[in-house]
Design a protein around this ligand. Structure first.
Ligand code: NAI
Ligand code: 15L
Length: 269
């Protein structure tokens, strides 16, 4: 597959979308932007809801690849997750299939496997084929997205790299994040690798920097050509002094998904 040049970035107005809008053009991509909300400083961005199938089809027409970030990025009611993340992602995949787009990079999440206990001491890193253990309806929607990606690869030959992102923010802000942080620069490196690696079929990768306190295995991400350069450890002393080390006896601190596993559900279901 030739290196994609024109890439549709959904969720372009969001936190990660804003970071990637700043970083990905340096890799030579021309970004076409889409979001439900106007994108600040980007008058040409497509303002559309993933619920609008015609608008989504028009948005994907002519692009080489898609980075799919749009959706609800935290827990919400099942109805809201269903519309934005489940039906919305289906509409995007259908549009990509109809328009012959060859590859999607899907922003999955650690919350697809959030109930997985994180390793302690010398315990092995969490492998990428660890069983699904979604911690929320939000995490469940990411499981759906990964399975949809597998279906569209097996049935239609549409390739996807599903990136189970840890926490991609300018800096880690909690002790938990020290283990799952992906620096924005490493995020751009990983998305670039996911867009350009040959023959990915449907590949699931963990998305983080090469953190000293890493909880999960980056082998499948590295196999795409991803070479992380950052480590959260320079932020550790300050965060540990403020918050203390994680307490594995506290259920909100014992699992990969952190407090998502113990937060009260959002009603109505
Ligand atoms: P965000 O909430 O800041 O951005 C999401 C964007 O999607 C928003 O601008 C919103 O307007 C847009 N959006 C929501 N529903 C939409 C719809 N129906 N149609 C069109 N656009 C819609 O989230 P963030 O942090 O930028 O995350 C981006 C993606 O990456 C999300 O899918 C999130 O689940 C995933 N992710 C992010 C992580 C992170 O650390 N930032 C960690 C794991 C996953
Ligand atoms: C996610 O999936 C969220 O989108 C993001 O806002 C963070 O909460 C991140 O996971 C995390 O687990 O830190």
């Amino acid at each position: 597959m030739p290196a994609p040049r024109t890439v549709l970035l959904t969720g372009a107005a969001g936190g990660l979308g804003t970071l990637m809008r700043g970083l990905l053009p340096d890799y030579g991509y021309e970004l076409r932007l889409l979001d439900l909300r106007p994108v600040e400083g980007e008058p040409d961005a497509i303002v559309a809801d993933l619920a609008d199938r015609e608008a989504v089809r028009e948005a994907v027409r002519g692009v080489d690849a898609i980075i799919h970030l749009a959706g609800i990025s935290l827990e919400a009611s099942f109805e809201k997750i269903l519309t934005a993340n489940i039906e919305g992602t289906y509409h995007l995949y259908e549009a990509a299939r109809e328009e012959g787009v060859g590859r999607i990079v899907f922003a999955s999440s650690n919350h697809a496997v959030g109930y997985t206990p994180h390793p302690r001491g010398d315990e092995p890193l969490i492998p990428v084929d660890t069983p699904r253990r979604p911690d929320t309806f939000y995490g469940l929607s990411k499981c759906f997205g990964e399975d949809l990606a597998q279906l569209y690869w097996d049935k239609h030959g549409l390739e996807t790299v599903s990136v189970r992102i840890g926490s991609c923010f300018p800096e880690p802000t909690s002790v938990r994040m020290l283990s799952v942080w992906m620096s924005p620069a490493d995020g751009a490196r990983l998305f670039h690798a996911a867009l350009t690696a040959e023959g990915v079929g449907h590949t699931v990768v963990h998305g983080s920097s090469d953190n000293t306190r890493l909880w999960w295995d980056l082998t499948s991400a590295r196999a795409l050509g991803y070479e992380p350069r950052d480590d959260s450890e320079p932020f550790a002393a300050k965060l540990v002094a403020e918050q203390g080390e994680l307490d594995p006896a506290d259920p909100a601190q014992a699992c990969l998904g952190g407090h998502f596993v113990t937060d009260p559900p959002i009603w109505p279901y």
